[in-house]
Design a protein around this ligand. Structure first.
Ligand code: PLP
Length: 369
């Protein structure tokens, strides 16, 4: 049992220093004047890219970020995300899945304990599986179980991995308490904000920001509220440097398209300023939730994801089909995606829906249940 209280980031710092001593540390040195993939010109001649047919132009990075695909566009959006979240740095991955797999596997080193919520997304699960740490799956949202796992661990270092807004149950961990448990036990906290960034918190900064906590690592998905593609991991500079050197889904993958990076940069300011849209979204979701609850249905969680637990699979499928016949398209979710006996209809609300649309959906529900 370890009672050493030290920052998990300290260990990353010493790991990076060890790499540096061996001359193995990879730094990012973006050179805005440097050659684009495959190009020569005033910035010099590039003999590093994979842009064999010269087609990358302004749409492809042409190579992994570490071998010549590191572009000013990447840095601009990474700095913007860091500023938005009030952290030191962030790193752009080509998908949220790649970000989570890279993040968790890079930190799940031998001699580390990873405590992972039982309902974590497949990308977090796979990241933990790819790492070489001991992985302990803790019951969903059970903070006592997390505390116990951290208190009783043999490993010096530990990372607790959660989502801030679970997409099958629309529920959330108590991030403020979780962060203090982690701090008390010298563990790092990783929060996947895929479904929360852009939706919750001041300027849409997510549920960690809403709870006033700053986890060691946050994953902001670009594929959901930002309507794009990609994933950003945000946190201290040491975390970014660690991922730059160790996250295999980043190191051994072509850099994200500069087109994507430019668009993400623009979307970020749109999302930060979208308080009106967030308010409309909240109203629409509340209207749908309230209407379903009035019918006596079992509506779970909070926010724009609205799961209605039906129970039996056949009844869930019948309702989904009947709603569809009335022009309301919903997703039936069955085991093994959710536990047996909890098959459900999952709906997501968006700002384009009008009150009339919500009422139309409620009328259809009333007719089929
Ligand atoms: C919670 C969560 N994390 C990560 C991902 C992966 O993100 P992406 O679709 O950008 O790969 C998803 C989405 O599918 C998700 O729901």
């Amino acid at each position: 049992m370890f009672h050493v209280k030290r920052s998990p980031i300290d260990r990353l710092r010493s790991g990076l220093a060890a790499l540096e001593r061996e001359g193995l540390l990879r730094h990012d040195r973006p050179d805005p004047e440097g050659p684009r993939p495959g190009a020569g010109g005033p910035g010099g001649l590039s003999l590093r890219s994979n842009d064999y047919l010269g087609l990358a132009g302004s749409t492809g990075a042409g190579a992994s970020r570490l071998v010549g695909g590191d572009l000013p566009e990447h840095h601009r959006v990474e700095e913007a995300v860091a500023r938005w979240l009030g952290v030191e740095s962030s790193l752009l991955f080509s998908s949220g899945f790649a970000a989570n797999v890279g993040l968790v596997s890079a930190l799940a080193q031998p001699g580390v304990l990873v405590v992972s919520d039982a309902l974590n997304h497949a990308s977090l699960v796979d990241g933990a599986r790819l790492g070489r740490a001991r992985v302990l799956v803790s019951p969903h949202l059970d903070l006592d179980a997390v505390r116990r796992a951290l208190r009783e661990r043999q490993e010096v270092d530990a990372w607790v991995v959660v989502e801030s807004y679970y997409s099958m149950d629309a529920d959330s961990p108590d991030l403020a308490t979780l962060a203090s448990i982690c701090a008390e036990h010298g563990a790092g906290l990783l929060v996947d904000e895929a479904h929360a960034a852009g939706i919750f918190g001041p300027e849409g900064r997510g549920l960690a920001a809403a709870a006033g906590v700053c986890p060691e690592g946050r994953m902001v998905g670009l594929g959901k509220a930002l309507g794009l593609q990609g994933g950003m991991v945000a946190g201290p500079a040491e975390l970014r440097a660690w991922l730059w050197n160790h996250a295999r889904s980043f190191v051994f993958s072509t850099g994200a398209s500069p087109l994507l990076a430019r668009e993400a940069y623009l979307r970020l300011s749109v999302v930060a300023a979208a308080d009106g849209a967030r308010e409309r979204l909240r109203e629409r979701a509340s209207r749908l939730r309230a209407g379903l609850e009035q019918m006596g249905l079992s509506v779970r969680g909070h926010g724009p994801i609205v799961p209605v637990v039906i129970g039996p699979v056949d009844e869930t499928l019948r309702i989904a089909r009947a709603l569809q016949e009335r022009g309301v398209h919903v997703q039936a979710i069955r085991p093994p995606s959710v536990p047996r006996g909890t098959a459900r209809i999952r709906m997501t609300v968006n700002v384009h829906l009008t009150d009339a649309d919500i009422d139309h959906a409620l009328t259809a529900w009333r007719a089929v249940v």
